[in-house]
Design a protein around this ligand. Structure first.
Ligand code: NAD
Length: 255
């Protein structure tokens, strides 16, 4: 049986991914702050280490799949926290579970990015370089100094996508596929929190995808299920936008 770790399994996209993978016959080991097989706080080094140790114990050191969904939106309590969970909460799980994946059967890992990662100028933010340099304290401090939650969110999603694409070169040689799915607006508690926030609600409501609606968690999870399957055996190191056409709307000549 395919054994897959899913972070953020208690809600939204992570819950839908867990259900889809279970339907496909996977044994899912869920990690979240609550209501999960492994309850851990991915915003801290200790929490991530505890999550990795518990996951390795649960899978006996042999893992076939990893899907990192746990993340915070721009309404989180601080910009540093967004960086901590969205970048370090994913990258440290990837690193911590890499050897177990290398022992797995046709292993594949996938990180949930965002269409926000394609926002113009995001790649130039100093916090991005600090994330990629693995300097968590400095990256969080930079994010807090800038004090722009949307930039922290987009920067963390851009950095994690670059992290995955760089890692794909090494992991390809180890036989582990690694990809990113970048959703647009998806109806989850995270999006609802932004819609209810006076700072962001109107802008989000006015930025409608070409398909004219938001996505559902299941529409993202079905793509993840495919990308984690042997049907996608030659997909590696790529970022797939599942966004109702938002990326095409904002930058048609970049792909
Ligand atoms: P959600 O709030 O429904 O789910 C996020 C999950 O992550 C929750 O279960 C939460 O408990 C968990 N989590 C948050 N902080 C954590 C921590 N410190 N430790 C452990 N778990 C933690 O939101 P969602 O929309 O399903 O988000 C899933 C992923 O999709 C996120 O990475 C998000 O950035 C990304 N995303 C969402 C949208 C959208 O519009 N909903 C768009 C693009 C990308």
């Amino acid at each position: 049986m395919t054994v897959t770790v899913v972070t953020g399994s208690a809600s939204g996209i992570g819950a839908a991914v867990s259900a889809q993978l279970q339907q496909a016959g996977h044994r899912v080991i869920g990690i979240d702050r609550r209501d999960a097989d492994i309850v851990a706080d991915l915003s801290t080094t200790e929490g991530r280490q505890a999550a990795v140790a518990a996951a390795l114990e649960a899978c006996n050191g042999v893992l076939d799949g990893l899907v990192c969904c746990a993340g915070l939106g721009p309404t989180a309590s601080s910009c540093g926290l967004i960086v901590a969970v969205n970048y370090f909460g994913m990258s440290e799980l990837v690193d911590g579970l890499g050897d177990a994946l290398a022992c797995g059967d046709k292993p594949a890992a996938l990180l949930i990015g965002s269409v926000a990662s394609a926002h113009p100028g995001i790649d130039k933010l100093p916090m991005v370089e600090l994330m990629l340099a693995r300097d968590e304290a400095a990256a969080k401090a930079q994010a807090d100094v800038l004090g722009n939650p949307q930039a922290a969110y987009a920067g963390s999603k851009y950095a994690i996508t670059v992290f995955a694409r760089r890692k794909a070169v090494e992991w390809g040689r180890r036989g582990i596929r690694l990809n990113v799915v970048a959703p647009g607006a998806v109806e989850t508690p995270l999006l609802q929190a932004s819609l209810s926030d006076a700072r962001y609600g109107e802008a989000i409501r006015n930025f409608v995808s070409p398909l004219g609606r938001n996505g559902s968690p299941d529409e993202i999870a079905r793509v993840v299920r495919f990308m984690q399957s042997e049907q996608a055996s030659f997909m590696h190191g790529t970022a797939v936008f599942v966004d109702g056409g938002m990326d095409a709307l904002t930058r048609p000549e970049r792909f």
